[in-house]
Design a protein around this ligand. Structure first.
Ligand SMILES: NC(=O)c1ccc[n+]([C@@H]2O[C@H](COP(=O)([O-])OP(=O)(O)OC[C@H]3O[C@@H](n4cnc5c(N)ncnc54)[C@H](OP(=O)(O)O)[C@@H]3O)[C@@H](O)[C@H]2O)c1
Length: 382
């Protein structure tokens, strides 16, 4: 029986992981569940998965949870999350916290040589070089949960990496794919999180609407697959059925298709082979009738114009790109800025960021903090 830790258990990916694990209760045991503030969600999860340990990274939430579950081993704080992710008996760590806040615990799993089912793309965006070096050094296996990267992982399996000509990620285009760009400044957070195909957490839903999500995914793919950014691109595919394509030098293109449901890539990340039933609906192409593809319009999605510079630039640019986006994304959800201001703020922070590569996590945090401060300043002074 594999021992699993879910970081970000109370979120959208965490809950889908719980669903997949419950279908294979004979194969996976929940050693630890880690949440942040959502006490009620955690109470439900504990009832379903019966973990040995529960961690709430927020101290007040841990206190509340102890009142509700006095018999349960409940720990508090990020240090406790870092510790359970490295516990010797753990086989698999699902890294599904949101944002750069998820980096220390995911890195702890990597440094302990775990199989890391990685949903938290911000880890690779901010510290891709360090993360992948540490994985290699400690023998950690990183299997992507992001559906596009899981698709690439499957299309690369058993093939010669040197024969890859191009990796293409697909993007749904989010809820504003067909909106007049002039009207986008006035869209509300509720409209932005209403994704047409996927049911996700609030931050990534807004990232999908700005296409910052695809931009972050291109940076994630660069590190995960160790590929020259010039060979990476994204196209819009409104149906979200084809998740990614790998083109080989002989012109052959391998694509992975599945209904848009995160339980598929989660099941694959927990266990690539043999494949496990994930609970998602089967794919009926005759019912769908057609699949559509179109180029990304950078006027509608300026994040995709910005990411070109970041992809080809030094680490500090990716760190600032992510940090400024986290701040601006939150400010938009709190109605402090307009929708089109998100990418504008990221661009302004990037313009003030010196270009340099990083060699340790301390440096990542310094650059992250600096970019956050700059983004806050722009918002406050607007
Ligand atoms: N949802 C998807 O379909 C999807 C697809 C691909 C990739 N991803 C990636 O997966 C990650 C999680 O996404 P999600 O949609 O599941 O997000 P979500 O629903 O917002 O859940 C986020 C999780 O992180 C926890 N968390 C929030 N802030 C935290 C902090 N400061 N410290 C520690 N934990 C914190 C939350 O805890 P509480 O709720 O208890 O506060 C929750 O468990 C993101 O990196 C996202 O880009 C998601």
């Amino acid at each position: 029986m594999k021992q699993v830790v879910i970081l970000g258990a109370t979120g959208s990916i965490g809950l889908s992981t719980a669903d997949v694990m419950a279908r294979h209760a004979h194969a996976f045991h929940s050693y630890a569940l880690v949440g942040h503030r959502n006490v009620q969600q955690m109470v439900g999860l504990v009832g379903r998965l019966r973990p040995d340990i529960v961690v709430m990274t927020d101290e007040a939430a841990a206190k509340k949870l102890r009142e509700q579950l006095p018999e349960q081993d409940i720990r508090a704080g990020m240090e406790a999350a870092i510790e359970v992710a490295a516990a010797p008996r753990v086989d698999i760590v699902v890294a599904a916290m949101v944002g750069a806040a998820g980096l220390p615990a995911a890195l702890s799993a990597v440094r302990s040589g775990k199989r890391v089912a990685l949903a938290n793309k911000e880890c690779l965006v901010t510290a891709g070089r360090i993360f992948m070096q540490q994985a290699q050094r400690h023998g950690a296996e990183i299997v992507p949960v992001d559906s596009e990267h899981a698709a690439v992982h499957q299309a690369l399996a058993g093939h010669d990496r040197a024969s890859v000509a191009r990796i293409t990620l697909t993007a749904s285009g989010g809820p504003f794919r067909d909106r007049d760009p002039e009207s986008l400044q006035h869209v509300t957070p509720a409209e932005a999180v209403a994704h047409p195909n996927w049911n996700m957490g609030a931050k990534i839903s807004v990232d999908s609407a700005t296409m910052m999500n695809k931009a972050l995914e291109l940076i994630e793919a660069r590190w995960l697959f160790n590929i020259d950014p010039a060979r990476l691109d994204a196209i819009i595919h409104p149906e979200s059925i084809v998740h990614a394509m790998v083109e080989y030098v002989d012109g052959s293109v391998l694509a992975q298709l599945a209904m848009p449901d995160m339980r598929m890539p989660i099941a694959y990340a927990l266990q690539c082979s043999p494949r496990m039933e994930s609970g998602i609906a089967g794919l009926d192409l005759t019912e769908l009738g057609q699949l559509n593809f179109q180029a990304v319009d950078p006027r509608r999605f300026p994040a995709m114009r910005l990411v070109a510079t970041v992809l080809h630039g030094d680490d500090s640019l990716a760190i600032a790109f992510n940090a400024a986006n986290e701040v601006a994304n939150e400010a938009f959800r709190e109605l402090r800025i307009g929708f089109m201001d998100i990418v504008r703020i990221v661009e302004q922070v990037l313009e003030k960021t010196d270009s340099l590569n990083v060699s340790d996590v301390q440096q990542v945090w310094q650059l992250d903090a600096e970019a956050r401060r700059r983004a806050q300043e722009i918002i406050t002074n607007a």
